[in-house]
Design a protein around this ligand. Structure first.
Ligand SMILES: [Zn+2]
Length: 235
């Protein structure tokens, strides 16, 4: 049974340190992740985890920094946006395009990871995790072409891209992989009521605008449609 605190990243007893990445992931992700990395290595890639588990506190810090203008907010095309020109609800939706609400990040679960190909990085290259990097001509295009085929043929069952397409909520993030057998359980435990309660109690910037729009936020930015998950038989 997954508790609200666990699904909201306020408890981290389900995660463990990834030996070579300085990142934490769910204990039950270690084995499938290692298998996927071996397959990637056989194809000439060094599939690494840029970001695994993220705590509620960390996500809250990111959110508040963006809401208060201490950290840039990007528009749909990835260009910096002046959120002072927006009303509070506008600010909330602008931040949500690229940043999860604290309590509602899939990175709280340990089942989700952001990946890149360390073998494709020139010395001194600064990792961005941008769409550009994954498109033809970008350093990680070959890894993503390989991942397309790898995920499609269910070579390591259970992995999928929850943000592989833009559904009008979270921007397209091909580098974000999720392990369905775990993620499905966490998503089921994250209802609108649970999320609202967590946010009510948090020291959250723009809280009134968030709570006033919480149903739309939940549908567009939190709930990944179950059809996007691989079929249970394939997990
Ligand atoms: Zn991610």
């Amino acid at each position: 049974m997954i508790s609200t605190q666990q699904v909201a990243g306020q408890i981290d007893s389900h995660v463990t340190l990834l030996a070579d990445a300085d990142q934490f992931v769910h204990r039950q992700l270690l084995q499938p992740l290692a298998a996927m990395r071996r397959a990637a290595r056989d194809a000439g890639f060094d599939l690494c985890v840029a970001s695994g588990f993220r705590s509620f506190e960390r996500q809250l810090h990111i959110w508040n920094a963006k809401a208060q203008g201490r950290r840039p907010v990007l528009d749909a095309a990835g260009r910096p946006l002046d959120i002072r020109e927006l009303d509070d609800a506008g600010r909330v939706f602008a931040i949500l395009r690229w940043s999860a609400l604290p309590g509602a990040s899939r990175h709280h679960w340990g089942s989700d990871i952001d990946v890149y190909d360390a073998a494709a990085m020139a010395p001194g290259y600064q990792l961005q995790l941008s769409l550009q990097e994954t498109l033809p001509g970008g350093p990680f295009a070959p890894l993503h072409a390989w991942l397309d085929a790898f995920l499609a043929r269910r070579a390591q069952p259970g992995f999928f891209r929850p943000y592989g397409i833009d559904r009008g909520g979270v921007a397209r993030e091909p580098w974000h992989l999720s392990f369905a057998p775990l993620a499905r359980q966490f998503q089921q435990a994250l209802g609108l009521q649970q999320l609202s309660a967590v946010l009510e109690a948090a020291d959250l910037a723009l809280k009134p605008a968030v709570l006033a729009n919480i149903e739309e936020i939940y549908q567009r930015f939190v709930h990944v449609p179950w059809e996007a998950y691989p079929a249970i038989d394939d997990d």
